[in-house]
Design a protein around this ligand. Structure first.
Ligand SMILES: Nc1nc2c(c(=O)[nH]1)N[C@H]1C(S)=C(S)[C@@H](COP(=O)(O)OP(=O)(O)OC[C@H]3O[C@@H](n4cnc5c(=O)[nH]c(N)nc54)[C@H](O)[C@@H]3O)O[C@H]1N2
Ligand SMILES: Nc1nc2c(c(=O)[nH]1)N[C@H]1C(S)=C(S)[C@@H](COP(=O)(O)OP(=O)(O)OC[C@H]3O[C@@H](n4cnc5c(=O)[nH]c(N)nc54)[C@H](O)[C@@H]3O)O[C@H]1N2
Ligand code: SF4
Ligand SMILES: [Mo]
Length: 735
């Protein structure tokens, strides 16, 4: 609090309550403002009833981003000399609308695509604007970061069927099984209470909750685990099938639940029969006794509590199957809310509905509706898979994507196969980025439209996933508390979409209702429309400065239809095929490839959030580049020391990083974080910017999942070699 004076923005004169919108944490904050209402400091709000004072380094440094000289403060246009130059807001929108109109006239609405990233999802007034814009235009080319993240969960539910009451919440869990998730750092994991995650975990542990973690790293979260299965990345299917094998052999399943709702448990039991503890232990690199202990603790010693996966399993080869098997653990052990149970989060922004204890049969959404031209992939939640976007742009023919609007994302950095992504984006007729900072995407953009930053706009916490970020029915409103920098021409994101739609004669819809198109709706107006099903008046919500818990009338799970014929589909044909292929791999020792003797593992870093903010001085001081973390014993055997330059290569490409010893990482693994680096054409030095791990990945058919086209980002084979010092005679050329 005392060091405000040396922060950009001046001297604090007052403090205002708000909340941080840089990640799913949505932490309650106290923001210090100077006399001009510019942000000069942020601290966690100790009296926040939801997040209990938590705030991380990234959130505490918001003043730096708000006042940053790097920030775009005017709309920008790419000029004939190749540089971005400021341009008036109205003129930018006129020109963009004109170019979109011409493309639609020539090629139809399918030539226009949109991509939403984290910055869009964390802006409640505009999160639905890009889909609304594309919908009004008649384009099915809606993409987002969801399908290069954890869309395996949607695939799993689509193939298994849904249980509307959901999993047993953490508050009532005897045990929590986490697969490839580190919520104590990422503040993200399905069903894990991330409202001040360490405090919540400690509280759950002290009331007796057990924790099982499957992770190649002894992560900050795994350190709290009763059992940590430190398996090789990319082997979750084997481990999870091994757990199911042990559970079904011992008869630890919830028989009543299975008999009623999952009548193909026997087929699943046969399919996981090859996954004996010995076979799984040798393939995944875990001990048989730990595997047995985990199965016993989860299914036998504990009666309730869910299994949940995150990016670890979902980004690996077999990610869709891994999520399927995680949900099978929940089904087989009956780890769901039942008739009469209280629903903790019945909906605040989402309308409340009766919730019944019955199965909605496997909807397989992707089999209906529009398909991608490239690969014939269907939609998930109204979106086409982002893994197909580069090919949609590059494949000639009718329906080719010629314009991309990127909203609050950095797709050039985020989409695997960096060279192809760069080629694809360069081949676009029009690339527009609604983005506050220079990124790999704005480096290719024709126009950059700069939005207000978090504390400069009114907002609600992320509502699309409201029950994931809060186990209680809680929400809050924040007004815009800060002013954008002097001379800035920035507006709230939704106004860009509204401005384009109006010029194109389109009507935007929000929550099934038309927005007024004669006069621009205020942010408050958009939020009020968004929250119109909330069981509270918007004016009351505005007045509740630390937010409101809205239990309303307690909602319980209602009885299902006793006549319902619907059951989960534990082993549909495609899943059976995938499982059989994993079973066949059990005979092959891992890391047996002569060339690729390691596996890559993804991991998030505490002080950075994907690519966002990595160029800000305070973050750069902590994360100048992304190291290659390795187990010290592997390093010793390979003659590598911390600080040495190593080359990490996959079938698709190679990167050079500095090795760093990480004793928490198991052997046979190298872990490098994503989001760093620059475009291939910029040739930035590793020491200046780090390097993108998307040199190692690919969106090609050989490197992605079926159904969601999820490119593999972890658990794939790589080689690791020490690079000889530049003055050594046999030094190879830089990549
Ligand atoms: N190799 C590899 N690739 C990956 C991953 C991986 O682990 N490995 N992870 C994947 C995952 S999980 C994800 S989610 C994606 C990330 O995908 P993206 O969301 O596309 O990427 P981010 O780097 O998070 O970019 C967020 C952008 O939002 C901007 N932003 C910040 N605040 C605001 C705001 O207030 N308004 C607006 N409009 N924008 C704002 C930031 O400056 C930043 O450029 O990457 C995926 N790609
Ligand atoms: N500080 C910070 N927070 C973030 C982000 C960030 O970049 N920085 N990114 C945000 C985003 S976009 C997302 S999607 C979430 C993600 O949130 P999480 O999924 O919790 O991400 P991580 O913290 O990387 O934890 C993933 C764990 O999986 C392990 N792992 C890697 N490969 C495998 C594997 O094949 N199998 C198993 N079982 N484990 C594996 C890693 O060692 C790591 O501990 O975090 C969000 N929060
Ligand atoms: S955890 Fe997320 S929401 Fe909380 S302060 Fe950090 S960046 Fe902000
Ligand atoms: Mo993500």
């Amino acid at each position: 609090m005392d060091d405000h004076a040396d922060r950009p923005g001046g001297v604090a004169v007052r403090e205002v309550l708000s909340f941080c919108r840089q990640c799913m944490g949505m932490c309650g904050t106290v923001v210090s403002l100077d006399a001009e209402s510019r942000v000069v400091g942020v601290r966690g709000d100790r009296d926040d009833p939801s997040t209990l004072g938590y705030a991380c380094f990234k959130g505490l440094n918001a003043a730096e981003a708000h006042n940053s000289p790097q920030r775009f403060l005017r709309p920008m246009k790419r000029m004939p000399d190749g540089e971005l130059a400021p341009i008036g807001l109205e003129q930018a929108l006129d020109e963009i609308a004109e170019r979109i109109e011409a493309l639609v006239e020539a090629d139809g609405p399918g030539a226009i695509a949109g991509y939403r990233g984290g910055g869009a999802f964390f802006t409640s007034s505009s999160v639905m604007m890009l889909p609304a814009f594309l919908g009004a235009l008649g384009s099915p080319k809606s993409y987002s970061s969801v399908t290069i993240d954890q869309s395996a969960k949607m695939v799993a539910l689509g193939r298994l069927g849904l249980w509307p009451p959901g999993r047993t919440p953490m508050s009532r869990a005897d045990v929590f099984l986490l697969v490839g998730a580190n919520p104590l750092v990422s503040v993200s994991a399905n069903g894990f209470d991330t409202r001040n995650p360490t405090k919540r975990l400690r509280a759950a542990r002290s009331r007796g909750m057990k924790l099982i973690v499957i992770d190649p790293r002894e992560s900050e979260t795994a350190r709290f685990a009763d059992i940590h299965l430190q398996s090789l990345p990319g082997e979750d299917c084997a481990v999870l099938a091994g757990l199911l094998h042990l559970i079904l052999e011992a008869g630890w399943q919830d028989r009543a639940f299975c008999e009623r709702f999952a009548d193909d448990v026997e087929a699943l039991r046969r399919a996981v029969a090859p996954f004996t503890p010995a076979a799984v232990a040798q393939r995944a690199g875990v001990s048989e006794s730990d595997l047995r202990a985990a199965a016993r603790l989860f299914a036998h010693e504990c009666r309730t509590g869910p299994a949940a996966g995150s990016t670890g399993p979902d980004m690996a080869p077999g990610g869709n199957l891994a999520e399927h098997l995680i949900e099978c653990l929940n089904i087989v052990c009956g780890r769901y809310l039942r008739e009469g149970d209280t629903i903790e989060h019945p909906g605040v922004i989402h309308p409340r509905q009766p919730i019944r204890a019955e199965v909605i049969p496997a909807p397989r959404w992707w089999e209906e509706g529009p398909k991608s031209r490239a690969g014939g992939f269907g939609q998930l939640d109204g979106e086409l898979p982002t893994g197909t976007l580069p090919d949609e742009i590059l494949t000639p023919g009718e329906g080719r994507v010629r314009c991309l609007i990127s909203h609050g994302g950095n797709p050039a950095s985020a989409i695997p196969g960096i060279e192809k992504v760069e080629r694809a984006f360069a081949a676009l007729d029009l690339l527009v980025a609604i983005e506050p900072f220079p990124t790999m995407t704005t480096a290719l953009a024709d126009y950059v439209l700069p939005p207000t930053l978090q504390y400069e706009r009114a907002d609600l916490p992320i509502w699309l996933y409201e029950s994931l970020v809060s186990p209680e029915p809680y929400t809050r409103f924040t007004p815009a508390i800060a002013r954008p920098p002097e001379g800035a021409e920035v507006v709230d994101d939704h106004l860009y979409f509204w401005g384009l739609a109006r010029r194109l004669g389109l009507t935007l819809e929000l929550m099934g209702e038309a927005l007024p198109m004669d006069e621009a709706p205020s942010t408050r107006d958009v939020l009020e429309r968004t929250a119109r099903s909330a069981p509270i008046d918007f004016a009351d919500l505005e007045r509740a400065e630390r937010g409101v818990f809205l239990p309303g009338e307690e909602q319980v799970v209602e009885p299902g239809d006793p006549e319902s014929p619907h059951r989960f589909s534990l082993l549909p044909e495609d899943v059976a095929g995938e499982l059989a292929r994993v079973a066949a791999s059990l005979a092959v020792p891992p890391l047996a490839d002569e060339r690729f003797r390691y596996r890559l593992a993804v991991r998030r870093l505490r002080d950075g959030n994907n690519s966002a903010g990595l160029a800000l001085p305070s973050i750069k001081a902590r994360l100048p580049f992304n190291p290659g973390f390795m187990n010290p014993d592997d390093m010793r055997d390979a003659g590598i020391e911390t600080g040495d330059e190593i080359e990490v290569a996959s079938r698709h490409g190679a990167i050079r990083v500095r090795a760093e010893a990480d004793p928490t990482l198991r052997r046979g693994v190298v872990s490098v974080s994503h989001g760093f680096g620059a475009l291939p054409r910029d040739g930035a030095k590793y020491e200046d910017a780090g390097v993108s791990t998307n040199w190692l990945t690919s969106t090609d058919a050989s490197a992605r999942e079926s159904i969601n086209a999820m490119p593999w980002m972890t658990g794939f084979p790589v080689s690791v070699e020490r690079v000889h010092a530049p003055d050594a005679p046999d030094a190879p050329d830089a990549p």
